[in-house]
Design a protein around this ligand. Structure first.
Ligand SMILES: Cc1ncc(COP(=O)(O)O)c(C=O)c1O
Length: 399
């Protein structure tokens, strides 16, 4: 006998399968890398990982994680302020701040938590938070939570539309704190936020700018310091949130980088800090090693950029029409969700793992396969993937 909840969701699961939108998990039996061993498939080329710099299996990074485990054990078995916090967390937070160019940083168990903590902890009912329409789900939920917790006013501006944002800031001029939140790189489009315009507008309206650089840290800028470095504006963003689960080792975790006062206030008041354990020390240690690796190997960032440009040019040459851009996120729009999932399945049968994304992750009718390139893909990896793209593209009459 199933309960009322199970009775409701069981037919929905069947419907997902019937309409071709059901997500099947693929199990890997090797570290994340350009080529992985996938259960039931053998070796496949990964074109859907955020392992942009290839650091998740970098020997120095793996070694640091093991040493962290040996030195600090599995964890404190409590939250940081109750049971002590490890010295490796302090070193990691100093490295995060140094990397993105802020006075301080505070780590969280995920960037999701960091994005939840920022508006929900820092705002009050006197304030306003405005979020880009295409921001990541963690920002959207963080804003919703802030509204419920603090009773702050919330608004959404049209994607990248500075005129709309300006009008909303003008309308809210009597609000005490005005917070604007944007992704640095928009994860489903691969496009970059117009940071110079945003900084100028926020200064004009005395608003606080928050940039989620989860896809930009380690990726944008000459040395991978993120969106601010890309535009030559390091030190000009008020609050940066980012993840340790993508370019910086790919394990898990996130951080808020900002002034010492803001980080201190979050330490005192952010509920994900106060009521949830810290990052495991093994992850803090491997993430720290990832940042140190990035700081001493800027050539990885150059290789990432070269690989992304090569793959994009070759896709265009083959007749595909990826969304324009200059980041290692290269989406090819297909329309309906089922079409994206079908293309992804056909590519996987050719040994290339590219995820198809549909509604509600992207807007209705804009389902896509999203290619993500790594610095450690060889030309051989990319060429083999391109051969599969051409074959499936012809089969589906996309090119
Ligand atoms: C823009 C953005 N912000 C935040 C997150 C959440 O990161 P984490 O996995 O550290 O919670 C993601 C992950 O997909 C993301 O793409």
């Amino acid at each position: 006998m199933s309960n009322p909840l199970e009775q409701r969701i069981a037919p929905q699961l069947e419907q997902f399968i019937a309409e071709g939108t059901y997500k099947r998990l693929n199990y890997l039996d090797s570290p994340q890398a350009p080529r992985v061993r996938m259960e039931g498939r053998g070796e496949v080329i990964i074109l859907s990982s955020n392992n942009y710099l290839g650091l998740s299996n970098e020997p120095a990074v793996v070694r640091a994680g093991k040493e962290g485990l040996d030195r600090f054990g599995a964890g404190t078995a409590s939250v940081r302020f109750i049971c002590g916090t490890f010295t490796v967390h302090r070193s990691l937070e100093a490295a995060c701040a140094r990397l993105v160019g802020t006075p301080a940083a505070l780590s969280f168990v995920s960037a999701w938590n960091a994005n939840e903590a920022v508006p929900g902890t820092l705002l009050t009912e006197e304030d306003l938070v405005i979020s880009d329409q295409l921001n990541h789900a963690s920002i959207i939920d963080g804003v919703r939570l802030a509204k419920a917790i603090t009773k702050c006013q919330t608004a959404v501006y049209q994607h990248g539309d500075l005129a709309d944002l300006g009008a909303k800031l003008t309308a809210a001029r009597h609000r005490r704190v005005k917070m604007v939140i944007t992704d640095g790189i928009f994860s489903m489009e691969g496009s970059i936020a117009k940071l110079p315009d945003l900084v100028e507008l926020c200064r004009k309206h005395d608003a606080v700018l928050v940039v989620d650089d989860s896809h930009a840290t380690g990726v944008l800028g000459k040395t991978g310091r993120g969106t601010a470095e890309h535009f030559g504006m390091v030190g000009q963003v008020d609050i940066i949130t980012s993840t340790l689960g993508k370019a910086l080792g790919g394990a898990a975790g996130g951080f808020v980088a900002a002034s010492a006062e803001i980080c201190d206030y979050l330490t005192q008041r952010a509920r994900p800090q106060l009521f949830s354990n810290a990052l495991p020390p093994t992850v803090a240690a491997s993430s720290l090693a990832s940042i140190e690796y990035l700081e001493t190997h800027p050539e990885r960032v150059v290789a990432l950029r070269d690989n992304a440009r090569y793959f994009r040019d070759q896709l265009l040459g083959a007749g595909f029409k990826p969304l324009p851009g200059e980041t290692p996120i290269i989406p090819v729009i297909l329309g309906e969700t089922a079409a994206a999932i079908r293309m992804s399945d056909l590519l996987l049968a050719e040994g290339v793992f590219v995820t198809g994304f549909g509604y509600p992750v992207v807007p209705q009718g804009q389902a896509r396969v999203r290619c993500q390139i790594s610095a450690t893909h060889t030309r051989d990896d990319l060429d083999q993937a391109l051969t599969a793209f051409r074959k499936i593209g012809r089969q589906l009459q996309l090119i």
